[in-house]
Design a protein around this ligand. Structure first.
Ligand code: DON
Length: 310
């Protein structure tokens, strides 16, 4: 039986109620000073169906810093750029089993990042964009606005500045990549673009809409536009499943069973191919950098809808 509007509304209320019980058990991302100031007592969720229906609960229209969720958009942009053919020679497609900002593996694996969603891999992807577009940040923002079907999406320059001032680890990664021959553009230019993509501010509703093409075989159900070939959508979803939550990806697949991408702003975007794109947001993170309440909400959603990729 297809899920009715009433079923979905009840399920979202259940998700919010259970997820809110997690608030107080984690920590907001404090290694980026601008994110350390956020009120942790927030939870939002938006679900968009491939048939165009939408359901929301809680703080679903509050803007938050999408952080690493942006890595999905930059990968989509790189794969449609003139540099697309070289992407998979420079970045792998395996889970890292390491923290998202680890330098260790990069050194032992000669500058080939395990996947495009750890910081090292995302910095290489941003390098592809920086080398192939005159205004890389505008290109990224343009793609995000088009995917979300919303022109109001913006870059929070205060967050970007804060990341730039405190981003010693990312700078180390970028310099290591440069020394290993896997960064073409100027290190500072790539980092400037990377910090800005991470600092894009969006609501749960925006993010869920922007992930709809991945749930609908590359076509955007709201605009009718084909944004990527179906095979590319399928492949990006496979990377979400295996690499989207860093070294927490196995536990997330076990508990939730849905391809997803997290960010240290507390957002998680998830895709149930053929059915829904979902975004949950709550700022407190677990020790691996994934939203605690967000994970719980997706777990309840998968249980109550009986939907997953398994
Ligand atoms: O580069 C960083 O560390 C952040 N701008 C993004 C990290 C992130 O979101 C990892 N996600 N869980």
């Amino acid at each position: 039986m297809p899920l009715t509007d009433r079923d979905l509304s009840t399920i979202l209320d259940d998700c919010a109620r259970e997820a809110r019980k997690e608030i107080g058990k984690g920590h907001v991302a404090d290694y980026i000073p601008a994110l350390a100031r956020i009120n942790p007592d927030q939870f939002g969720m938006a679900v968009c169906g491939v048939d165009g229906r939408e359901w929301v609960v809680g703080d679903s229209d509050s803007s938050f810093s999408i952080q690493s969720i942006s890595k999905v958009f930059t990968l989509a942009l790189a794969l449609q750029s003139p540099g697309a053919s070289g992407v998979w020679d420079r970045v792998g497609r395996e889970p890292s089993g390491n923290a998202f900002n680890s330098l260790v593996q990069l050194e032992s694996e000669q500058g080939l990042p395990r996947n495009p969603f750890i910081n090292a891999g995302a910095i290489v992807i941003t390098d592809v964009i920086t080398t192939h577009f005159v205004s890389p940040v505008l290109q990224i923002l343009g793609l995000v606005r088009r995917y979300a079907d919303c022109e109001d999406i913006y870059i929070d320059e205060e967050v970007a500045r804060s990341e730039e001032e405190s981003g010693h680890r990312n700078a180390a990664i970028a310099h290591l990549l440069k020394s290993q021959g896997n960064l073409v553009a100027d290190v500072d230019d790539v980092l400037a673009a990377y910090y800005r993509q991470c600092s894009i501010a969006m609501t749960c509703r925006d993010v869920a809409r922007a992930f709809l093409p991945l749930a609908a075989g590359g076509r955007h159900p709201l605009t009718g536009e084909t944004l990527m070939p179906a095979l590319r959508a399928k492949r990006i979803n496979s990377l979400l499943l295996t690499c989207g939550l860093y070294d927490g990806v196995g536990n997330f697949a076990f508990r939730v069973g849905i391809p997803a991408k997290s960010g240290v702003g507390g957002g998680i975007a998830a895709v149930i191919p053929g059915h829904f794109a979902i975004c949950v947001w709550s700022p407190e993170l677990d020790e691996l950098g994934n939203s605690l309440a967000g994970t719980r909400a997706l777990e309840i959603f998968a249980q109550e809808t009986n939907l997953s990729v398994f």
